[in-house]
Design a protein around this ligand. Structure first.
Ligand code: MN
Length: 225
């Protein structure tokens, strides 16, 4: 096949312990999956089923990157999250089978233009530009084929702990997220799922670094120039 313009590069993220890369097809994100974070955003965590938004595949950034501060925001927020990398696709996946569709897990940072998101919420407009901007999905190395992490998840701003919880506190665990999401869209190899952030989100400014730690995984770090 000959394309009429140069074909876009395949987006990908690092894999722990090898120079091989995990190709990225789509990026799904869960909103409000930790009760304390739902409350800090003004929602009732007991009354809402999971909801999803997306980022473009080429929004991924490897851990260790130094990025330009994004445009159109005065309130860029960090969100420490567990990221699930799908290796086997499917639709209407049962919770009991869900983990067999996972290729691996990574630490991630769902960067958010919070001021733009607040304006979108107030105007009942979409979140795309608040969530899906360029270089908005920081992903650490994907660890293949291990048990779903349930331990400590933390976010550190310039080395100071700002977010801390346990993955097991998620309202919708990984199995439930995969089952629910696969009833809305068909999942495919290369899909990433950001599973939501604990309480303590806040602003990161130029010159600062943020590190996401998930027990058992390599961290995901980003620095803003
Ligand atoms: Mn998030």
């Amino acid at each position: 096949m000959t394309f009429v313009i140069p074909a876009p590069a395949q987006a990908s993220v690092a894999v722990a312990g090898t120079a091989d890369r995990f190709p990225v097809r789509r990026i799904f994100c869960v909103g409000r999956n930790y009760a304390e974070h739902a409350r800090e955003m003004g929602a009732d965590p007991d009354r809402e089923p999971p909801f999803f938004f997306t980022k473009p595949a080429d929004a991924v950034v490897d851990s260790g990157a130094t990025l330009p501060f994004p445009p159109a925001t005065a309130d860029l927020h960090f969100e420490a999250e567990l990221v699930v990398a799908i290796g086997i696709g499917g639709h209407d996946i049962a919770e009991a089978d869900a983990l067999s569709h996972v290729w691996g897990y990574a630490s991630g940072n769902d960067l958010t233009r919070r001021d733009m998101q607040a304006a979108a919420k107030a105007a009942r407009r979409p979140w795309d530009m608040a969530k899906g901007f360029d270089r908005s999905a920081v992903v650490g190395p994907v660890h293949p084929g291990q048990a779903v992490p349930t331990g400590r998840i933390a976010g550190l701003l310039d080395g100071e702990v700002r977010q801390e919880a346990r993955v097991a506190e998620m309202i919708w665990p990984v199995e439930g997220v995969i089952a629910y999401l696969s009833g809305l869209v068909e999942l495919a190899p290369g899909d990433l799922i950001f599973t939501g952030t604990p309480a303590g989100v806040g602003a990161i400014t130029a010159g600062q670094s943020f590190t996401v730690e998930v027990e058992g995984l390599n961290p995901a770090t980003v620095t803003f120039a």
